[in-house]
Design a binder for this molecule. Structure first.
Ligand code: SF4
Length: 481
C-alpha cells in the first residue's frame, strides 16, 4: 500500500465512547486557517474508537510534526491527557499542543499534571498556531503557556480576534479536512447527555445523520450564571467579553461547501443578539441550498424570524432555552445581571404557536431546555417549569414527536469559569470540584457507573442528590402527562 503524504498537523477531537465526539468549531477554523497558509492537516475524531489504537494508527499514517488536542469542553479532561500520552508513545519527537476553554482556564495545573503536553495556546488559536508552525518555539508564539527548564511560563494573551474576516470552517473537499469524513457524517453520535449515576437518562440527544455545524460567530455578551463562555467567563479566558458574527458571504460559502460534501442538515447554535437582521439575510441566502436546519437562537425568535426559517429551509427544528419556566426566577436572575434577555412566558407561548403554524404541516420539531437547581430556584419555581412543559406537550403534540427527548430539564452542573464557579457564595452554591485533577477524575469516572459528584456542585439549601431528583421527577412528569 502506498504511503499517504505526511501532514503538518493532526488535530485530535476527543470523545467519550459515542458521546461528545462532535468536532469543535475551533478545530475547523484552525485547520482551514493553516491550510490557507500552506500547512496541511487532518482532524481525527475519536468517537466510538479505542483511543490508543486509533492515535497510534493515525500517527503512523499521517506522520505529523505537531499534534493538537481540543481541550475546550471540560468533559474531555481525561481523554485529552490520554491522547497526549498516546501521541508521545507513538513518537516522542512530535510536539503536543492543547487549546480551548478548559485548557486555557487550567493551563498551569495541566503542566503539573502531565509531561505529555508541550504547549497550551490560550484563547484564540489561529495566529499563535501559525507562529508555532513556523518556529516550533513557544517563546515566539503568542498566547502560549509552556514549561521552560522546569519553570511554568505563561505569556499574556496578546492575540485576540475582534473580527472574524477571512476565516472559514469548511473546505471544498471535506476529506482533506476531516479524516474519514463520510464515516463522520453518517454516524449518529450523542451530542449531549447528562450523566447522573442513575438508571434514568435525563438527557441524551443524538446528532442527525448528515448534519454538520455551521460556524456563524463566537463569543457571548450575555452573562448566564452557569455558563463558562458567558461574558464573565470569556473575558477571563479569551480576553474578549463580546460576541462577533462572521461575514455573511463567508458563512454562505461554507454552507455551500458543506452541501457539496453531502451535508443535508445545518446545525446553527449562535445568536447572542436582539437584532435579527443578520439571520434574515443569512437565511435568504441559504434558501437556495435546499437543506434542513436545526436552529438554536439564544433569545426568543420573533414571529418574522420563525416565518423566515419556514420559508428558507426544507424542514426545521428550533431549540429554545428559557432555562426556567418561572418568570419570576428568570426576572430575578436578569436583574442581577446573570441571565440573558428577559421575556414573559406569554411571549414564549406565542412563539411556539407561530412555530406550530409555520411548521406543523411538514413535521417541524421543537426542543425546550430548562435547568433545575438554578440559584434561588424554589420548589414553586421548579413546579412552574414542570407545568409549563407538560402544558406544551399537551397543547402542541405535533411539535414534540419524542417529548421525553425534546422537553428537557437538566440538573445544573459546574462549568469552569462560569460565574457560579468563580463566585459560588454570591449564588448560595458550594463547589464540589475546583482543580484540573478534580475534573480529570470526574471524567475518568464517566466510563464507569460510579460517579461521585455528577454535578460538581450543590446549593447551600439543596443537595446534589436533591437537584438530580428534580431532573428525574421532571422526566417522569413529562413522560406520564
Ligand atoms: S446566552 Fe447565556 S448560556 Fe448562551 S452562551 Fe451566552 S451566556 Fe452562555
Amino acid at each position: 500500500m502506498g504511503h499517504l503524504p505526511d501532514v503538518d498537523v493532526l488535530f485530535f477531537q476527543p470523545a467519550i465512547g459515542k458521546q461528545y465526539g462532535i468536532i469543535s468549531l475551533g478545530f475547523l477554523s484552525l485547520s482551514a486557517y493553516l491550510r490557507k497558509h500552506g500547512y496541511d492537516s487532518r482532524i481525527i475524531v475519536l468517537a466510538d474508537r479505542d483511543t490508543e489504537d486509533l492515535v497510534a494508527k493515525k500517527m503512523q499514517q499521517f506522520r505529523p510534526r505537531v499534534a493538537c488536542i481540543s481541550l475546550h469542553w471540560y468533559i474531555h479532561c481525561y481523554e485529552a491527557v490520554k491522547i497526549a500520552d498516546a501521541v508521545k508513545k507513538a513518537n516522542s519527537e512530535v510536539k503536543v499542543v492543547a487549546g480551548g476553554h478548559t485548557s486555557t482556564y487550567f493551563n498551569g495545573q495541566i503542566f503539573e499534571f502531565t509531561p505529555s503536553i508541550d504547549m497550551i495556546i490560550k484563547g484564540d488559536g489561529e495566529k499563535p498556531l501559525l507562529d508555532y508552525m513556523a518556529t516550533q518555539d513557544p517563546e515566539k508564539t503568542e498566547n502560549a503557556s509552556y514549561m521552560k527548564d522546569g519553570t511554568f511560563v505563561s505569556k499574556p494573551i496578546t492575540y485576540r480576534q475582534m473580527t472574524l474576516e477571512n476565516l472559514s470552517a469548511a473546505n471544498e473537499n471535506m476529506n482533506e479536512m476531516v479524516d474519514e469524513w463520510d464515516r463522520y457524517l453518517k454516524t449518529v453520535r450523542v451530542r449531549t447527555s447528562a450523566p447522573i449515576s442513575s438508571e434514568k437518562k435525563v438527557e441524551e440527544i443524538e446528532t442527525k445523520p448528515s448534519e454538520f455545524y455551521l460556524y456563524v460567530g463566537k463569543g457571548c455578551s450575555y452573562n448566564c450564571c452557569f455558563c463558562g463562555t458567558s461574558k464573565t467567563g470569556s473575558t477571563r479566558i479569551f480576553a474578549r467579553g463580546i460576541s462577533i458574527f462572521r461575514p455573511l458571504e463567508d458563512v454562505v460559502k461554507d454552507a455551500k461547501n458543506l452541501k457539496d460534501n453531502g451535508v443535508e442538515s445545518l446545525f446553527l447554535d449562535f445568536g447572542p443578539f436582539t437584532a435579527e437582521s443578520y439571520f434574515h439575510k443569512l437565511f435568504d441566502k441559504l434558501a437556495e441550498l435546499d437543506v434542513d436546519i436545526t436552529f438554536l437562537p439564544w433569545n426568543l425568535p420573533s414571529n418574522e424570524l420563525i416565518s423566515k426559517v419556514g420559508e428558507s429551509f426544507r424542514n426545521f427544528e428550533i431549540q429554545i432555552s428559557p432555562d426556567s419556566g418561572s418568570e419570576s426566577l428568570r426576572a430575578r436572575l436578569c436583574q442581577k445581571g446573570y441571565h440573558k434577555m428577559f421575556y414573559p412566558n406569554a411571549n414564549l407561548v406565542k412563539s411556539v404557536e407561530k412555530i406550530a403554524e409555520v411548521g406543523s404541516s411538514r413535521g417541524a420539531q421543537l426542543f425546550l431546555w430548562f435547568i433545575c437547581g438554578l440559584p434561588f430556584e424554589t420548589e414553586k419555581d421548579y413546579q412552574e417549569t414542570v407545568e409549563l412543559s407538560v402544558s406544551m406537550k399537551k397543547r402542541f403534540p405535533q411539535l414534540f414527536k419524542s417529548p421525553q427527548d425534546q422537553l428537557n430539564c437538566v440538573p445544573l452542573r459546574l462549568t469552569p469559569g462560569a460565574p457560579i464557579d468563580l463566585f459560588p457564595e454570591k449564588f448560595g452554591m458550594r463547589r464540589l470540584r475546583s482543580t484540573f485533577k478534580d475534573y480529570y477524575e470526574y471524567c475518568k469516572e464517566l466510563k464507569t457507573d460510579k460517579i461521585e459528584h455528577p454535578l460538581g456542585l450543590e446549593r447551600e439549601d439543596l443537595s446534589e442528590a436533591e437537584i438530580i431528583k428534580r431532573a428525574v421527577d421532571f422526566k417522569d412528569a413529562v413522560v406520564n402527562a
